[in-house]
Design a protein around this ligand. Structure first.
Ligand code: ADP
Ligand code: AMP
Length: 209
């Protein structure tokens, strides 16, 4: 099954994509994680995108489309995948439409007030990319990833300043995709301002319809 997780930063795309990955046995492809890996490894791409990401701006479309095209061409993505954080612009959506056909676009809806609480308390595992929250989704052992025992970090773009910018960028560049996918009959709205188990049940209901 080929899925897109749409929604503002902090809506829970990464958290839910990790669960759906286990549920359906398809890869979770997060462009944010791909870029962060490049930044950590100091690749040429990483050097190009580091500052853009820290400020909460979007990486240029050509670089983003190229990284997704390469990832989708790998054998594990043949039968299905979860795209998390891509597309984020109409141009990216148009490029994706030429690469493959999508079954559902799951649009996670969450009010700004809650997004800010989620993002400013977020912790992530630099090794596997898994998201936690100090209050809402804490790891079993403080500041340690449940899956691989690595120490958790705070993302450079989860400062209040970068979060505000990311929400503005979302409103301007990404929100128009809601209508774009609605017009193609692919949009599935999920109210995501509820505990994670409830969001996951709502997603399962859409997938099993
Ligand atoms: P996104 O990938 O959409 O930016 P994440 O999945 O990283 O968002 O989630 C953002 C933050 O909110 C993380 O700290 C995560 O642990 C937390 N979170 C995710 N889903 C929920 C939820 N349903 N209720 C409360 N906190 C959540
Ligand atoms: P995320 O992990 O999805 O919150 O993404 C973190 C950052 O990576 C974003 O704020 C952007 O700087 C960059 N990024 C991720 N996905 C995209 C995309 N589809 N287009 C442009 N930039 C992206």
């Amino acid at each position: 099954m080929k899925l897109i997780f749409l929604g503002p930063p902090g809506a829970g795309k990464g958290t839910m994509a990790a669960r759906v990955k286990e549920y359906l046995g398809i890869p979770h492809i997060s462009t944010g994680n791909l870029f962060r890996e490049n930044v950590a490894e100091k690749t040429q791409l990483g050097m190009q995108v580091k500052e853009i990401m820290e400020q909460g701006n979007l990486v240029p479309d050509d670089l983003t489309i190229a990284i997704v095209k390469e990832r989708l061409s790998r054998p594990d993505a043949e039968k299905g995948f979860i795209l998390d954080g891509f597309p984020r612009t109409i141009l990216q959506a148009e490029a994706l439409e030429k690469m493959t056909s999508i079954k559902h676009v799951l649009n996670l809806i969450c009010p700004d007030r809650e997004l800010i609480r989620r993002l400013t308390g977020r912790r992530f595992c630099p090794a596997c990319g898994r998201s936690y929250h100090v209050e809402f989704i804490p790891p079993k052992q403080e500041n340690i990833c449940d899956d691989d025992g690595h120490q958790l970090s705070i993302r450079d773009d989860d400062t209040l300043e970068a979060v505000q910018n990311r929400l503005n960028v979302y409103m301007e560049k990404t929100r128009p995709l809601i209508e774009w996918y609605e017009n193609r009959g692919l949009l599935r709205n999920i109210e995501a301002d509820v505990p994670p188990d409830t969001v996951f049940e709502r997603i399962q209901a859409v997938l099993n319809k």
